[in-house]
Design a protein around this ligand. Structure first.
Ligand code: ZN
Length: 628
């Protein structure tokens, strides 16, 4: 982009916004989006912003213990871009099960199968040969018989089948009559303004990048199987017996947990309608994906919680679980507390859906309105995992970030919200220890080059542990460092503005950085560059302490180079103590050296630098002791 174009784009934006003196690195594709006006340099969607969307009508039949799942669907795909599309990219995620598919993990024999078998394919109601490139697995490019013009739509019809398998956590067989169905339907890949078609392989590591679509899904399952899933259960009266129906409806306004169906009621055939195949009908608008779980023996608990004070709207929290899973008997309580807290505190945006169901599997994975969590003996950990997965509702689902490429825009926030809610629920001391152990320690004590790869690196190019460091702990610390730098009120104002601007859209990392610069009225590029674009880590060294007229002057070297906040803890010769907090601002002028003035009339005995959760790689040089 030329400098003139940049100035032009900035004029007319917020008065507070000034041209960053030193722009952040951007790939050429991102520059192009700003040049074309689909995005604006003040951090807002541009005047020409667009995104594509579709309507999915799906019927799925599953009859456990048969592993066969058969589906039919009709997709109406709208091209809202300015481009003529001559081909579509179709994602077939379940082909990650095919032998030879690129995978980020070693597949056990029971994980492998033939993948998705397309039984028929139609474009605009004309049956069309389905042709696959055998060297591609989780996506295929499909030529259209006639080009899809801007602002026109195309209808696709698919019939397909696949077999659920064991051996993988995110979907498939939980037990012989409990299945979790995710990634199960052919779908149109995201076509966006800065990357074009998403042709990324699904390897089992990356998670979501999805358009906001409407879904009408019917799951056909035998009598006595309950089906839980994304969207409104549109025909509860047709699939539930009167008693459970009454309890289910009562749970939607109940603060306390109601047993909609106990294990004995479910296995005693006292919950579902007794048709040979019940049709569970779910509808949802403007969501990124759908997932379903079914079982003939899981218990079903539910309650609800107020999530929007201005409208009085409540959200339902449901749990589906093995009666023997002790922690799952508390899941509805964890969930209602979490949705209420997220709605009122951080991010302080009302939970956007009507419900969330936690289904016992072994994935610890989020889906819109659904969570698939393993059972644990440590109920404190079970609570944190429920909170983490529900926090994902905001990122990536409420905000359509491309987490397959920029996982830090999703896991980083879920980890940050997990930390903030847990400070409240578990207490600061316990949560600080948990966060350090789970999110920071592994990274900061890894001296290899993997630990220093900049967070902005496209994450489909990384494997664990580098992927995990960047997406979770480092990113979360980066957001919390920004909160320390800006103060809680300004940070929340920036975050909520970002969420208002980009809810239901596809923000890039630069839309986030630019929004925070714009809304805070500050040029924070030095900070973003340091945390998100640099090969740095946290390691401070206390270089020297000297007495002067006002007290003491402390010299600190930033060995690792990261602009992290820290505390200076003083102990005096009289036994008393004091502390000072330094925000990342101390590193703006010089990221390698800082001098701090401590005003005191007392005589220092020891001085310690302590970053708290901003753990220091080498703490042996963080302490100074007075010579006696
Ligand atoms: Zn996560």
């Amino acid at each position: 982009m030329t400098r003139n174009a940049l100035m032009l784009a900035v004029t007319g934006a917020s008065l507070l916004f000034t041209l960053p003196s030193d722009p952040l690195y951007m790939p050429r594709a991102a520059h192009r989006a700003y040049d074309r006006g689909t995005r604006s340099l003040d951090g807002r969607p541009g005047r020409s912003y667009w995104e594509n969307r579709a309507r999915y009508t799906i019927t799925l039949t599953t009859t456990p213990p048969s592993r066969r799942v058969t589906g039919r669907e009709r997709i109406v795909y709208h091209n809202q871009s300015a481009d003529t599309l001559r081909a579509l990219v179709i994602k077939l995620f379940s082909n990650v099960h095919r032998p030879g598919a690129p995978r980020n993990f070693g597949a056990t024999p029971d994980y492998l199968n033939a993948g998705v078998q397309i039984d028929s394919f139609a474009v605009n109601d004309a049956t069309t040969a389905w042709q696959e490139n055998p060297q591609r697995f989780t996506w295929q490019q499909v030529a259209l018989p006639s080009p899809l013009l801007p602002h026109d739509s195309v209808q696709l019809g698919f019939a397909w089948h696949y077999d659920v398998t064991g051996g993988g956590g995110r979907e498939g067989v939980v037990d012989s009559t409990t299945y979790y169905l995710a990634y199960f339907y052919p779908r149109v890949a995201v076509y966006d303004d800065y990357g074009g078609w998403d042709m990324m392989d699904f390897t089992g590591l990356q998670e979501f990048y999805s358009d906001f679509n409407d879904y009408d899904v019917t799951i056909r399952a035998p009598a006595n199987f309950i089906v839980w899933g994304s969207g409104t259960l549109a025909n509860a009266a047709a699939v539930l017996q009167p008693g459970p129906l009454t309890r289910y409806e009562a749970s939607l306004t109940s603060d306390t947990t109601i047993h909609v169906g106990t294990h004995d009621q479910v296995t005693g055939h006292a919950v579902t309608a007794q048709d040979s195949l019940n049709q569970w009908h779910f509808t949802a608008q403007d969501i990124a994906d759908v997932a379903y779980g079914l079982s003939d023996h899981y218990a079903w608990d539910a309650a609800s919680v107020l999530v929007d004070d201005s409208t009085g709207r409540r959200a339902s929290v449901q749990a589906a679980f093995n009666d023997t899973a002790v922690d799952f008997h508390h899941t509805v309580d964890y969930g209602t507390a979490a949705l209420g807290w997220f709605s009122h505190h951080w991010p302080g945006v009302p939970y956007p859906y009507e419900k969330s169901t936690v289904f016992q599997g072994d994935a610890d994975m989020e889906y819109p309105m659904m969570v698939n969590d393993g059972s644990r003996a440590d109920t404190g950990l079970s609570r944190i995992v429920v909170e983490h997965e529900m926090a994902h509702t905001y990122f990536p689902f409420y905000m359509g970030v491309n987490e397959t490429r920029y996982g830090f825009m999703d896991e980083g926030w879920a980890t940050t919200f997990e930390y903030l809610i847990s400070l409240d629920k578990a207490g600061p001391q316990k949560e600080t220890d948990i966060y350090k152990n789970f999110r920071v320690s592994g990274w900061i004590h890894d001296p290899s080059a993997l630990a220093d790869i900049p967070i902005i690196t496209p994450e489909d190019m990384l494997k664990s542990p580098a992927y995990r460091y960047n997406a979770y702990g480092k990113a979360s610390l980066g957001y919390l460092a920004a909160k320390d730098l800006l103060g809680e009120a300004t940070f929340k104002k920036c975050l909520q503005a970002f969420m208002v601007r980009w809810h239901g859209k596809h923000p890039m990392p630069w839309d986030f950085f630019n929004t925070f610069n714009d809304v805070s009225g500050r040029d924070l590029n030095w900070f973003w560059r340091n945390w998100f674009f640099s090969n740095v880590h946290i390691d401070l060294a206390l270089q020297g302490v000297r007495k002067d007229a006002g007290g003491y002057v402390v010299s600190i070297e930033n060995v690792g180079g990261m602009a992290a906040p820290f505390d200076v803890l003083a102990r005096y010769s009289d036994g008393s103590s004091d502390s000072w907090h330094e925000t990342p601002l101390v590193w703006q002028r010089d990221s390698r050296r800082a001098t701090i003035q401590l005003s005191t009339r007392k005589t220092l005995a020891t001085l310690t630098l302590d970053g708290g959760i901003f753990m220091d790689a080498d703490t042996t040089n963080n302490r100074w002791t007075a010579v006696r």
